[in-house]
Design a protein around this ligand. Structure first.
Ligand SMILES: CC(C)(COP(=O)(O)OP(=O)(O)OC[C@H]1O[C@@H](n2cnc3c(N)ncnc32)[C@H](O)[C@@H]1OP(=O)(O)O)[C@@H](O)C(=O)NCCC(=O)NCCS
Length: 168
C-alpha cells in the first residue's frame, strides 16, 4: 500500500530513511561524512517538520506492517540546468534493500508522478550521485534524461550529482 505519510509516521520514516541511506552509501563513503549527514538529515524531529511542510509530500510504501520504501517531493529548489515548465523536485527516493528489483520502485515512481501532477507540476527533476549506477539506470528506464549536474554536500565532501528530468 502507498499512502501519504502523516505526523504519526515520523519515527517510521526517520528510521527507514536513515537505514536506506546508510545501506546505499556507507560502503563507498567516509564514515565521518556519513555520521555527519545522518545526524542532521534524519531523526523524528526532522522528519516531523518535513511531513508537516506544505511544500513537500512524503509517500510511504508498506507491506503489511513493514515500511519498505518512501519518496519525498519538494517544491522551491531548482538548479540552473532544469528548464522545463512548472518544475518540482523528487528529493528522496529509497526502497529497502530486500525489495530492490521487485517492481516496488516503479509503482512508487508512478505515484510520485501522479502526486506531482496533482500539485500542478509539469516537470519532475532529481539529483542522483554520479556513482550511483543502479539509480541512474532506474531513472533512465523511467524516462528521465540527464540535463546537467549540481553539487551535493555529503557531510564535508562536495559530491557531483547528475541532474535528471522528465516531463509529467
Ligand atoms: C534506485 C532504486 C529505487 C531502483 O529500484 P530497483 O527496484 O532497484 O530498480 P530496478 O531493478 O527496476 O531497475 C534498476 C535498473 O538498474 C540496473 N541495475 C540493476 N542492478 C544494477 C547494479 N548492481 N549496478 C548497476 N545497475 C544495475 C538495471 O538496468 C535495472 O533495470 P532492468 O531491471 O530493466 O535491467 C533502488 O535500487 C534503491 O532504492 N536503491 C537505493 C537507494 C537509492 O539509490 N535511491 C536513489 C537516490 S537518488
Amino acid at each position: 500500500m502507498i499512502r501519504t505519510a502523516t505526523a504519526a509516521d515520523a519515527a517510521v520514516v526517520a528510521d527507514l530513511a536513515r537505514r536506506t541511506f546508510y545501506d546505499t552509501f556507507a560502503a563507498t563513503n567516509d564514515p565521518a561524512d556519513m555520521a555527519l549527514h545522518l545526524s542532521h538529515a534524519y531523526g523524528v524531529e526532522q522528519q516531523t517538520l518535513e511531513i508537516a511542510d506544505r511544500d513537500m509530500t512524503t509517500l510511504l510504501v508498506e507491506e503489511g506492517s513493514d515500511a519498505i520504501a518512501y519518496a519525498q517531493i519538494r517544491a522551491g529548489h531548482l538548479p540552473d540546468c532544469v528548464a522545463g515548465p512548472d518544475p518540482i523536485e523528487l528529493w528522496r527516493f529509497y526502497v529497502d534493500r530486500a525489495w530492490h528489483g521487485r517492481g516496488i520502485a516503479q509503482t512508487l515512481m508512478d505515484h510520485v508522478q501522479a502526486v506531482a501532477r496533482d500539485r500542478g507540476a509539469r516537470t519532475l527533476w532529481l539529483g542522483v550521485w554520479e556513482k550511483n549506477d543502479r539509480a541512474r539506470a532506474f531513472y533512465a528506464k523511467c524516462g528521465f534524461a540527464d540535463v546537467g549536474e549540481h553539487i551535493f554536500l555529503f557531510g564535508t565532501d562536495p559530491q557531483t550529482d547528475r541532474v535528471m528530468v522528465t516531463s509529467l
